[in-house]
Every structure is written in structure tokens, then in C-alpha cells.
Write a protein that binds this ligand. Structure first.
Ligand code: SAH
Ligand code: SF4
Ligand code: F3S
Length: 375
């Protein structure tokens, strides 16, 4: 008998890449082998993202395509997981009957049981409560590469930037037990991995109470670096409001911590940052950049920026360009604002920069970054 096969179609951020490793691990435990082509797979997991409308549209196209694929492959199981599954729940299944299972972001580790129950025709089809289970943190992982591993250290986000859907799709912020993190990293080390990336929407606010001690991000980072001195340590994402000098000193003091910081600015205008609820000003952000240069000289810096948010004027936009020049980012992820239903901005802050204007501003940012990267 030939083994059953699976395919994972993954979209979105590193958190989704990490979750995809969990899905692969559990499918392999159930005896599935990776399919060469998703058309032929017995189980297809579409791991979705909805941070911008463009991502959502592309994924909906893929889900639509699976209707035809499944028609040619009776018995194929289509699972839709990740942030769209979390956000749209039952609505998705009603509109797309080819979906067998819908798995929200807090159920990644329950997938093995969810799928087994479904196959024995006992289970439900929709799992999207955001109720957090301890087991969320553990589970057998099959890694995509034998070199570099994602290690989630925290889940969810409490920041509620007004434009952003992530707090609604990933739930409240929760930090993972430091022992569980260290165990996983030791295991990766034993298996010959050379690099780990500590993951979270806002790693700098990591906080875990252990025997009366509060383990903060710099303490965790230092422990990790010293635990596996021959592995390279990376981390992402840092929120500028919580990027402390303590963290920078830990980076400087440990040779195996990568001298690279992704510090999303979002905008160069303090007025827009306030409308975004980012909780820092341009001046604060530039002070954090100065601290990086001072404490970790030669550190590479990258960022995320987007244009065209509610009420952004030409003047605000020019401040974003001037921030880019002033910092001289090594690289930048550049976007235009995409209104996300369910966010504060969608109900309170009109999407009032015309699309042509967003496109023009985005192109200006791209051109400038290309020039800066060349230099
Ligand atoms: N937790 C990370 C980023 C999460 S989303 C952080 O706070 O930096 C990744 C990036 O997508 C964000 O940094 C932002 O630049 C962009 N983004 C988020 N929501 C968006 C929206 N509604 N429209 C356009 N870009 C958005
Ligand atoms: Fe979204 Fe802001 Fe949280 Fe990042 S910090 S995930 S941008 S709400
Ligand atoms: Fe997308 Fe969800 Fe990540 S919306 S960016 S996959 S947290």
C-alpha cells in the first residue's frame, strides 16, 4: 500500500512558517508523506494570512482552485488554517464547501486529533475558539530545513495598532515557559541545527514569571545565547517602544547573537504614529536607532513602513522618506495601507487616501530604498 500524502500551502509571516512545521510534524506522525504536487495530495493544508487584502485575495483564489482539484481527487481533505480561518470561521466553510476542516490559530497543536476524529467521522469541522491551551507550546515538529529553526517564544499581540488585524487573529499576548524554550533549543542543537530564530509579534515584551523571578526578553536572550554558544541566534519582531538598552547590551556582549535588528517604524510622522497607536514618536524611534548604533556598532537594521494610512498628508509622507534617509536601512518591507474589517481603523478612521496616491507614494518609497540599498 502506498503511503498517504500531504501538502502545505503556506502564506504570511514567520509565525505561519513555524506553524506549518507543526502541521508537517503531526501529519508525518500520522504516517503521511510529503506530496510532490498538492494536486495529488490526500491532505492539503492552506495556512492563511489576512494582514493585507492582497494576501487574502490571493489565498481565496487558491481555495477556489482547490474546488476543482478536489473534484479530480475524491477523498482529498482540504484544511484551511491560520489567520483567515481564525477571522472568518464558519463564513469560509459556508462559502467554500470544498473545505473539510477549519483550524484557528490556537489549535495548531491539536491538529493530529482534529484530523483523526474527522477521518473517523466523529469530529467537528470548525475549530476557531481563541481559548488558549497549554499544549499550544509543545508538539512534534518536522523542520523545513536542517539548518535553521523557528522557536516561538510568545504568541499573540496586545498592542492593537489601529490598522492591524493580528491581535484579533492571534489573540492576547502570552509568553512561553523559558524551560520549554531552552529544551527545544537544546534539542535543535543536538539534531545539528546551526541557527535559531526566536519568534513573536513583539519579542521585546516577553515576560515569564519563574520561581519569583521575572524573565524578561534580555534575560531570555542572554540565557539562550550562553546555552548554545556555537549556534547563531536571531530574533524577530522588535517593537520600538520596548527596545531596551539592556537588550542591546546583551546583543553586543554575545558573539553568537546576529548583529541584525528588524525594527518596524511604520511611519516617519509622529502625528501618523499617534493615529496608528504605535505608542512612540519619530524622536523616540530615532533615539532607539542611535542606541543601536552606539551599543551595537555595525548592526544591520531593517524595517517595515507603509504609506496611505488614514489622513496621511504629503507632509507626513515626506517625513517617512526623510526617516528612511536618516536611518539608511539595510532593507525595508514597504506596503500601502489596506483597510482590514474588524480593526479600530476600519470603524473609526476613514480609508481616505486615494488608491492612485497610495500607489504613487509606495513607488516613491521603493525607489528611495533601492537607491539607499545600493549606497
Ligand atoms: N508584529 C509586527 C508586524 C506584524 S504585520 C510588528 O509590530 O512590527 C507585518 C507588517 O505588515 C507590519 O509591520 C506593517 O508594516 C504591515 N501591516 C500590518 N497591517 C497592515 C495594513 N492593514 N495595511 C498595510 N500594511 C499592514
Ligand atoms: Fe500588529 Fe501592532 Fe501587534 Fe505588530 S505590534 S502585530 S503591527 S498590532
Ligand atoms: Fe498574516 Fe497572521 Fe502573520 S495575518 S502576518 S499570518 S500573524
Amino acid at each position: 500500500m502506498t503511503a498517504k500524502t500531504y501538502a502545505i500551502l503556506n502564506y504570511g509571516c514567520q509565525m505561519n512558517e513555524s506553524d506549518a512545521e507543526h502541521y508537517a510534524g503531526q501529519l508525518q506522525e500520522l504516517g503521511y508523506k510529503a506530496a510532490e504536487d498538492f494536486h495529488d495530495a490526500d491532505v492539503v493544508v492552506v495556512n492563511t494570512c489576512c494582514v493585507r487584502e492582497s494576501a487574502e485575495k490571493r489565498i481565496l483564489g487558491k481555495i477556489g482552485e482547490l474546488k476543482g482539484v478536489k473534484a479530480n481527487h475524491p477523498g482529498q481533505i482540504v484544511c484551511v488554517a491560520g489567520c483567515m480561518a481564525q477571522k472568518d470561521g464558519e463564513k469560509l466553510i459556508k462559502k467554500h464547501p470544498q473545505i473539510d476542516l477549519l483550524i484557528g490559530t490556537a489549535h495548531v497543536n491539536g491538529f493530529k486529533e482534529i484530523l483523526s476524529e474527522y477521518l473517523s467521522e466523529k469530529g467537528e469541522r470548525v475549530y476557531n475558539s481563541l481559548e488558549v491551551k497549554e499544549s499550544e507550546f509543545e508538539g512534534e515538529r518536522i523542520r523545513q530545513s536542517g539548518f535553521s529553526a523557528w522557536i516561538p517564544i510568545m504568541y499573540g499581540c496586545n498592542n492593537f495598532c489601529t490598522y492591524c488585524i493580528v491581535p484579533y487573529t492571534r489573540g492576547r499576548e502570552r509568553s512561553r515557559d523559558i524551560e520549554s524554550i531552552l529544551n527545544e533549543i537544546r534539542d535543535m542543537h543536538e539534531k545539528g541545527f546551526k541557527e535559531v530564530t526566536l519568534l513573536g509579534q513583539n519579542v521585546n515584551s516577553y515576560s515569564f514569571e519563574k520561581e519569583g523571578e521575572t524573565i524578561t526578553f534580555p534575560i531570555l536572550l542572554d540565557r539562550v545565547a550562553k546555552e548554545v554558544p556555537d549556534m547563531r541566534i536571531r530574533f524577530t519582531t522588535s517593537h520600538p517602544k520596548d527596545m531596551s538598552d539592556d537588550t542591546l547590551r546583551v546583543i553586543a556582549a554575545n558573539d553568537n547573537i546576529c548583529k541584525f535588528i528588524h525594527l518596524p517604524a511604520q511611519s516617519g510622522s509622529s502625528r501618523i504614529l499617534k493615529v496608528m497607536n504605535r505608542k512612540y514618536t519619530r524622536e523616540w524611534y530615532l533615539d532607539r536607532i542611535a542606541a543601536i548604533r552606539r551599543i551595537v556598532p555595525d548592526c544591520a537594521i531593517s524595517t517595515d513602513l507603509f504609506c496611505g494610512f488614514h489622513s496621511e498628508t504629503e507632509e507626513d509622507y515626506q517625513e517617512t522618506l526623510s526617516l528612511m534617509r536618516e536611518v539608511g536601512y539595510d532593507s525595508a518591507f514597504l506596503f500601502k495601507y489596506s483597510e482590514r474589517p474588524g480593526t479600530y481603523a476600519a470603524s473609526h478612521l476613514e480609508d481616505n487616501v486615494p488608491e492612485e496616491e497610495k500607489v504613487r507614494r509606495l513607488q516613491g518609497m521603493i525607489d528611495l530604498q533601492n537607491k539607499l540599498s545600493e549606497e
